[in-house]
Design a protein around this ligand. Structure first.
Ligand code: OAD
Length: 247
């Protein structure tokens, strides 16, 4: 496993990738001011994500779970996509490269940055789902009272995947197919400990895999390059190398 961004850029230029799979995690939004789940600032009122993002936490205290999500939604609304989101959005618009952007993030910042072909593996904080009939609706604005309720009177939950719940099988299949078909894999800002998202990396059989994370992750040993840099610094350089290699 190498760690020089210069070598990674040269390897990308040599490869001239045509099919790119990108897996992103909370670290990509860290420089937009959104705390990661497992880093400093990841706790909310003393609770870990694993204590709040579960069906049982919601059953026991839906208001507390919603207060945490409203806190995150408020932070995210005020935040802006950073240079990593913007560079990835530009990559998804390069016509000679087929890019699939697989994200574990529920902050919708890839969407706000203008990315195409996004798979939101863990859902979105800006949609609700009725617990009774499963109806999904966009929900960008703050709720007047918590927990919010559906017009049918049932509780609304965030349209996100909680610990212990299955991912949408179609999203997972599309993600697996994208990773398996890619000649370049970028793994950006994820601790790589939450499955099945982290397990997607083992499906990669292409030529080059590059991680960006200021610290070593659970996935670093599996990848050709582990660049210990912040995403907003490294991702634009990697994307530039991909686009330059197409000429
Ligand atoms: P984590 O909080 O587990 O990991 C974030 C990673 O980002 C860490 O490895 C950090 O070192 C890295 N990081 C921090 N700052 C960075 C920066 N500026 N640039 C690049 N990387 C940086 O978040 P995820 O791996 O996304 O699930 O967590 C996976 C899932 O667990 C989340 O989707 C969420 C969570 O609980 C659900 O809500 C279902």
């Amino acid at each position: 496993m190498a760690n020089s961004i210069y070598e990674a850029i040269l390897a990308i230029e040599k490869l001239r990738p045509r099919t790119v799979a990108v897996l992103t995690g909370a670290g990509v939004s860290a420089e937009s001011g959104i705390p990661t789940f497992r880093g400093a600032g990841g706790l909310w009122e003393g609770f870990r994500a694993e204590d709040l993002a579960t069906p049982s936490a919601f059953r026991n205290d839906p208001e507390r779970v919603w207060r945490w999500y409203e806190w995150r939604r408020d932070l995210i609304r005020k935040a802006l996509p950073n240079k990593a989101h913007l560079a990835l959005a530009a990559l998804t618009h390069v016509t000679t490269v087929h890019t699939t952007l697989i994200t574990q993030n529920v902050d919708a910042l890839h969407d706000r940055a203008g990315s195409r072909n996004i798979i939101e593996l863990h859902g979105s904080l800006f949609r609700t789902r009725c617990v009774a009939d499963g109806a999904v609706e966009a929900a960008r604005e703050p709720f007047p009272q918590l927990p919010p309720r559906c017009s049918c009177g049932s509780l609304l939950r965030p349209d996100v995947v909680w610990f212990g719940e299955a991912l949408d099988s179609e999203d997972l299949d599309r993600s697996a197919a994208a990773v398996a078909a890619a000649d370049l894999l970028l793994v950006l800002g994820t601790s790589g400990v939450v499955h099945p998202a982290a397990g997607l990396v083992s499906l990669f059989t292409g030529s080059l895999s590059v991680e960006v994370n200021p610290v070593a992750s659970a996935l670093s040993p599996l990848l050709d390059f582990a660049l210990q840099l912040p995403a907003a610094q490294a991702v634009p350089l990697l994307v530039h190398a991909i686009t330059r290699s197409q000429r």
